[in-house]
Design a protein around this ligand. Structure first.
Ligand code: PRT
Ligand code: MG
Length: 214
């Protein structure tokens, strides 16, 4: 039986591919040098499917991929309960944070009762403010969140932060860390039962590879 693994493009692919290769998973073609998005792993019945980070959980959820390497941020935003989160790879680490303009942090300027927050993570943001009992208007953006408060679109943003360089370069400061993020190994629930014999040893060798990489 063949197995498909969905790999999120971008940072997750870049960071996990060397680890997979180290563990003996050699791709028939290198994703950087190939336009193919479905790449066989040499000498195995495994294929790697390279997908948009935000699409990876969908592939796994619907069974197009048996396993996936997905950011915890994307899992949380899309509701991860309909797939198994098997393992924290520790790769592509960052944090999800609430940030605001340096100037408003200094002046503690008067925020309205309902604050406007721009983010790619609408659901996480809604949950976060509901838990805190803070009234908020969430504005969904698809990129360049750092720009939004400068343009007067919002008071605060929720975005991923790693080194803090992007916030700093845009005169923003972190107000609060919402949660820590890293790439997780996930599995389709049905595959995990029906293909258990193939999946368990594969998952074990992936875990080992990531443990050694840390
Ligand atoms: O495909 P799509 O366009 O949706 O994603 P993308 O291009 O924004 O990011 P990509 O493809 O590189 O990878 C996205 C996934 O990588 C996320 O879902 C996270 O799980 C993980 N990840 C880890 C990160 C970061 N670290 C990260 N630092 N994704 C994005 N960033 C961005 C952040 O949005 C901000 O713009 O890096 C900037 C902050 O970095 P610092 O170092 O300046 O703080
Ligand atoms: Mg991208």
């Amino acid at each position: 039986m063949s197995l498909n693994i969905a790999l999120s493009k971008g940072r997750i692919l870049k960071q996990t591919l060397p680890v997979l290769e180290q563990a003996g998973f050699e791709l028939a073609e290198h994703p950087d040098e190939s336009r193919k998005l479905l790449i066989p792993v040499k000498n195995t019945d495994i294929n790697v499917i390279i997908v948009r980070a935000t699409d990876a959980p969908t592939y796994v959820r619907l069974g197009a991929a048996d396993l996936g390497l997905v950011g915890k941020d994307v899992l949380m935003e899309t509701g991860g309960s309909d797939l198994y989160e098997l393992y924290d790879t520790g790769m592509a680490r960052c944090r999800l944070a609430l940030a605001e303009l340096v100037d408003s942090a200094k002046s503690e300027s008067h925020l309205p009762a309902k604050i406007k927050v721009a983010t790619k993570y609408e659901n996480i943001a809604r949950d976060y403010f509901a838990r805190k009992g803070i009234q908020s208007e969430i504005i969904k953006l698809y990129g360049s969140m750092e720009l939004a408060p400068h343009a007067g679109l919002c008071h605060r943003i929720i975005d991923l932060v790693d080194t803090g360089g992007t916030l700093k370069a845009n005169s923003l400061v972190e107000k609060e860390t919402i949660c820590h993020i890293s790439a997780r190994l996930v599995a389709n629930k049905v595959s995990y039962k029906l293909k258990r014999a193939e999946l368990v040893p594969l998952v074990d060798s992936l875990k080992q590879a990531f443990e050694h990489a840390e």
